[in-house]
Design a binder for this molecule. Structure first.
Ligand code: ELW
Length: 348
């Protein structure tokens, strides 16, 4: 089990955690989560079906006698909120405390420990807070803060497309999250409107869904994402270097953020209006989709998108640089002025 002859503290701790749900620290959860994927042997023995273990990170979710089971200690009777990468997201309620939050259910065989190890212990105003995770039989349930405003993807669908100032403001908040994650060597891997969640009044945005995240080596040498169990993000938002199987780094999130910007401004994803599937061949071969920038955009908004859609990742702006340009563009267009009462805008 443990290659080195000395037991690391983590191994010892994981042994203590197996079969129990406790109130603990992010580190405890990250260690335990690593045993969930490879622990799932193809045949499911009786013991595994009933197994219940995990770590809750807030006292608002209360395990009882080291257990936290669906319908027994918590219930998802509050309905489906959306579907994330490999999972459905529900509104849930703790039966003992009445506390409500969101819960994403993922089948063990689709679970990646990185979804928890990358965001556990991350505390930032623009990143969705993690409240814990439990494994119950063949399911992993991940608890997180409830965002009453739903996702940016749902908002664009409802509005058609967003006014330029709103789109710039959401891009700026997304880049703030990426600046933080990248400075902690975390690559998000699936930046898109569906993975940006909103506060009730739609003024605050947080980045979510670490199902495609990766902890990159700071030296950047060994970062080839087309290896092992890496699952690429959304095709229309994939950076050319991923498709070409080249060295990948944080810049892939920047490319995706500007694909999201085009989606917010137009009401549809880039590439799909002009190309058929498989899109990835076009993304690798064609020029960046700059012709999809609405002609009505302010020149400084155009400059933001051009800087983020550079095909050469070394020339592409970093999260900090692009955030600065985005804030300048937002000032140039007169700041955040559009109201929400605006009527539906037919996608361009
Ligand atoms: C911290 N953490 C833990 C799990 C995580 O990887 C995720 C996720 C995810 C994916 C897709 N969608 C939602 N999603 N969440 C909510 C919510 N919290 O209210 C939500 C609400 C919707 F209306 C639609 C989708 C939603 C959440 C992650 O980031």
């Amino acid at each position: 089990k443990n290659t080195s002859d000395t037991f690391s503290m983590d191994d010892f701790l994981v042994d203590a955690l197996k079969g129990n749900v406790i109130l603990g620290e992010p580190r405890n959860l990250a260690c335990l989560a690593k045993t969930w994927k490879n622990g799932s042997s193809s045949k499911v023995c009786l013991q595994e079906i009933n197994e219940n273990e995990g770590v809750l990170l807030t006292e608002k979710l209360k395990a009882v006698d080291y257990e936290y089971r669906e319908e027994v200690h918590w219930t998802k009777s509050q309905g489906l909120l959306g579907t994330g990468s490999f999972g459905e997201v529900y509104k849930m309620e703790d039966k003992q405390t009445g506390f409500q939050c969101a819960a994403k259910k993922v089948q063990v065989e689709h679970f990646r420990a990185e979804e928890l190890s990358t965001c556990a212990g991350v505390t930032h105003a623009k990143v969705l807070p993690l409240y814990g995770a439990v494994k119950e039989g063949q399911w992993v349930t991940i608890f997180m803060k409830l965002m009453e405003g739903g996702s940016l993807g749902q908002l664009v669908k409802k509005c058609g497309y967003l006014p330029e100032d709103r789109a710039l403001d959401y891009l700026s908040q997304t880049l703030e999250a990426l600046e933080y994650l990248h400075s902690h060597n975390i690559l998000h891997g699936d930046v898109k409107a569906d993975n940006v969640l909103l506060s009730g009044d739609k003024s605050h945005a947080v980045l979510c869904d670490f199902g495609h995240a990766a902890q990159l080596h700071p030296d950047g040498i060994r970062n080839y994402l087309i290896t092992g169990d890496y699952v690429p993000g959304t095709e229309t938002h994939l950076a050319p270097e991923i498709i070409m199987g080249k060295h990948c780094d944080f810049k892939i999130d920047i490319w995706s953020s500007c694909c999201m910007m085009l989606h917010l401004l137009n009401g549809y994803h880039p590439w799909i209006k002009y190309y058929n599937h498989p899109l990835c061949l076009k993304i690798a071969k064609e020029l960046p989709p700059l012709r999809e920038i609405p002609p009505s955009c302010h020149p400084s908004t155009v400059r933001v998108i051009i800087s983020g859609l550079e095909k050469d990742p070394t020339k592409r702006a970093s999260a900090a640089e692009l955030k600065k340009k985005t804030c300048i563009a937002l000032k140039q267009v007169g700041g955040l002025k559009s109201s929400w009462s605006a009527e539906y805008r037919e996608p361009r």
